[in-house]
Design a binder for this molecule. Structure first.
Ligand SMILES: Cc1cc2nc3c(=O)[nH]c(=O)nc-3n(C[C@H](O)[C@H](O)[C@H](O)COP(=O)(O)O)c2cc1C
Length: 165
């Protein structure tokens, strides 16, 4: 049986965390939440603006030390909210900090209706990985926590990821 690590970043409502935990509960993989060393502060709109500026300059924020080592796992699921049509900057830092050769990467993302090119950008940031079972999940367009994607789609995805192990 292969070992799976589920890495995720979640800032607004725990939307991405919710998907990560659903995957964890069925597959039994280890969970690793990543976070920036310097927390975002201010209102939601302040962070939306800061996020735009960071995405535009390709900023890679320093992360808090990782509590698990991705090198110890065969399959690594990586989850991110959509920030300005791409992955959140913290996830870009994470993907660029690992050696992906020989790993299977399962990218998943949440969005509010404007998914942009998150999955494409995630694939480009983990060269050498075999990418499988990508998933896009839509929540409501106000940045809230109402799931719009049918639950069955997520359940089916969880089963297909489990079948990789
Ligand atoms: C800085 C920032 C930028 C965002 N940009 C987008 C976007 O480009 N497209 C989109 O559909 N949603 C965007 N959103 C909404 C989030 O992607 C969405 O609410 C997501 O599910 C939040 O996940 P979380 O609760 O795990 O942080 C943005 C939210 C933030 C805070």
């Amino acid at each position: 049986m292969k070992k799976m690590l589920i890495v995720y970043y979640s800032w607004s409502n725990g939307n991405t965390e919710r998907i990560a935990k659903e995957l964890q509960s069925v597959t039994g993989g280890d969970l690793l939440k990543i976070d920036t060393a310097v927390p975002y502060s201010g209102s939601y709109n302040d962070v939306v603006r800061q996020g735009q500026e960071e995405v535009n300059r390709g900023y890679e924020p320093e992360l808090k030390p990782l509590e698990k080592n991705p090198a110890d796992y065969d399959v690594i699921a990586v989850g991110t909210p959509t920030w300005w049509y791409t992955m959140a900057p913290a996830v870009l830092t994470f993907l660029h900090s690992q050696d992906w050769k020989g790993k299977v990467v399962v990218p998943f993302m949440t969005n509010g209706g404007w998914p942009g090119h998150v999955i494409r950008d995630m694939k480009a940031a983990c060269p050498g990985a075999e990418v499988s079972c990508e998933l896009q999940v839509q929540f409501d367009s106000n940045g809230g926590d109402k799931l719009e994607t049918p639950k069955q789609k997520i359940e089916k995805w969880v089963q297909s990821v489990k079948a990789l192990l």
